[in-house]
Write a protein that binds this ligand. Structure first.
Ligand SMILES: NC(=O)c1ccc[n+]([C@@H]2O[C@H](COP(=O)([O-])OP(=O)(O)OC[C@H]3O[C@@H](n4cnc5c(N)ncnc54)[C@H](OP(=O)(O)O)[C@@H]3O)[C@@H](O)[C@H]2O)c1
Length: 209
């Protein structure tokens, strides 16, 4: 599976590390390929956003929310591709970080509107980046990661890519459920930033049997 990650920051590097361990091929699409970092995950390669997005089977969007429109414009036509949207539509408000949109529209749906023809999935947005790199380390319960998207044919592949990182994956339903998954991310951010919860904490599921 050729995975093209747009954005080689915290999330992009964490995901690349986890997927390389699972023997996927990972290429980063970055704005300045000639200045590709020398210290990125071993085995990852770098190219322009356009070439990486066009060559990948799965495109992963891992840029700041404010860069999403530019990054997708640079990616070009993504018709027929899987597009995993890890972004959260954050902005700085008077009480700190907050969601810019919600309730009636989500970042995931905005991404879908900017990438017509792509099968968009909202996932890998609900926990901190270090938990994505070390998702196999949670014990005794696995960390959970919900996946929302409309393309039922391609969803099993996305669920499998997310579980390759070590998460317990749950199909949360259609893409509009990103309206719930983005506030869930905001709760994790709030607990880490404002309530001193360790960033090694992740959501998990339990069941009374
Ligand atoms: N940090 C977390 O724990 C976490 C967890 C879940 C979800 N998220 C979400 O994931 C996204 C990325 O977060 P992050 O922490 O990885 O951010 P980050 O460390 O700031 O990395 C963002 C990356 O995006 C690149 N970028 C910026 N504008 C771009 C453009 N127009 N085209 C292509 N690449 C561009 C940046 O590269 P340049 O060097 O070119 O600027 C940088 O490598 C955000 O939307 C965030 O809300 C973050």
């Amino acid at each position: 599976m050729r995975i093209g990650i747009i954005g080689a920051g915290n999330v992009g590097n964490a995901l690349a590390t986890g997927w390389l361990v699972a023997h996927h091929r990972v290429t980063f699409g970055i704005r300045s390929p000639l200045d590709a970092p020398r210290s990125g995950p071993t085995g990852a390669s770098y190219g322009s956003v356009t070439e990486v997005a066009q060559e990948a089977d799965v495109v992963v969007l891992a840029t700041p929310w404010q860069a999403v429109a530019d990054a997708l414009a640079a990616a070009g036509n993504l018709t027929g591709k899987m597009l995993i949207d890890c972004t959260n539509p954050l902005r700085m408000g008077e009480n700190g970080l907050e969601l810019e949109i919600g309730h009636t529209i989500s970042g995931g749906e905005r991404v879908a509107a900017l990438a017509p023809g792509a099968s968009v999935f909202k996932t890998l947005n609900q926990t901190g980046f270090a938990n994505m790199e070390h998702a196999r380390s949670f014990t005794p319960l696995p960390a959970v990661m919900y996946v929302a998207g409309d393309d039922e044919t391609k969803k099993p592949l996305v669920l499998s890519l997310v579980s390759d990182l070590g998460f317990q994956t749950v199909d949360a339903g259609p893409l509009r459920i990103a309206r719930l998954l983005e506030p869930m991310a905001m709760l994790w951010i709030h607990m880490a930033l404002n309530r001193s919860e360790p960033v090694s904490t992740a959501f998990s599921l339990t069941n009374r049997g």
